[in-house]
Design a protein around this ligand. Structure first.
Ligand code: NAD
Length: 256
């Protein structure tokens, strides 16, 4: 029987890339995200790869909505074998002017939502003696950059939470790992490259190498499908002893 994976924030960017690789590997997917065409995106992936899908636009800032979403997934697809906490937002400002509501929103989505999804699926995983929790942190889960206080705090937090999940899950065949991407090739990032090239009168290649990927040793964006392939591997039985880790996929940023 096919396994089920629940991926938050999976109707855009990295989450969608991860969903596509799990679908390619034959998993049924529980999609979530705020994109207006989320249901169509989920259905299209299901059709392309011949797997079952479910979609919910649950706002993960709301614990009651998270609980409802998990229940609906179980009703429509069955239990959650693999949980990928991916949904996240960013805001950039110096600390003294960081809007309090932005701080609260980033902590609520990038950190607390993952606590709620995890606490709601872990009991079932323990009963079945098998489970995988994969948290999409960031290179900013391991190092800091100025002006990203809430994001860096939340991402360091999720790396710590992942380690606790790994220890509590270990006796029950459950692994938990963080994936820590550098800059990822998403439509949003590509748009920024084009804008900055115009603003600075630079070629797009120079913007990528000298501005955006300043901290990458390898001057390339991470591909969403590479992150998806890593997640599929972490969910496999070959990865049963990889747990409690934070895996950088950042072109050598963390080596410096
Ligand atoms: P994205 O904006 O393309 O996708 C984010 C997804 O989260 C979307 O589907 C969006 O609808 C959903 N979402 C946002 N707020 C939500 C809410 N309140 N409730 C439910 N869903 C919500 O972003 P992305 O670049 O694909 O980022 C995905 C994850 O990867 C984030 O956790 C981000 O921090 C992390 N990350 C991104 C990069 C990068 O370069 N893009 C690098 C490292 C880590």
């Amino acid at each position: 029987m096919s396994k089920n994976v629940l991926i938050t924030g999976s109707t855009s960017g990295i989450g969608l890339g991860i969903a596509r690789e799990f679908a390619r590997a034959g998993y049924n997917i529980s999609f979530n995200g705020l994109e207006k065409n989320g249901a169509e995106i989920a259905a299209a992936v299901g059709k392309e790869f011949g797997v079952k899908t479910f979609f919910s636009d649950a706002n993960l800032m709301d614990p009651a909505a998270i609980e409802k979403y998990i229940g609906e997934t179980e009703k429509n697809l069955g239990h959650v074998d693999v949980l990928v906490n991916n949904a996240g937002i960013q805001f950039v400002s110096e600390i003294e002017n960081f809007p309090v509501e932005k701080w609260n929103a980033i902590i609520a989505l990038n950190l607390t939502a993952a606590f709620h999804t995890t606490r709601l699926v872990l009991g079932g995983m323990k009963q079945r003696n098998w489970g995988r929790v994969i948290n999409i942190a960031s290179a900013h889960g391991l190092v800091a950059s100025e002006f990203k206080s809430a994001y860096v705090a939340a991402k360091h937090g999720i790396v710590g939470f992942t380690k606790v999940t790994a220890l509590e899950g270990a006796p029950f065949g459950i692994t938990a790992n963080s994936v820590c991407p550098g800059y990822v090739d998403t439509p949003l990032v590509r748009g920024q490259v084009a804008d900055q090239a115009k603003t600075h009168n630079m070629s797009e290649e120079d913007v990528i190498a000298k501005v955006m990927l300043m901290k990458h040793a390898v001057k390339k964006f991470v591909k969403t499908e590479s992150l998806g392939a890593l997640c599929v591997f972490l969910a496999s039985d070959h990865a049963e002893l990889i747990t409690g880790t934070a895996i950088p996929v950042d072109g050598g940023w963390n080596a410096q």
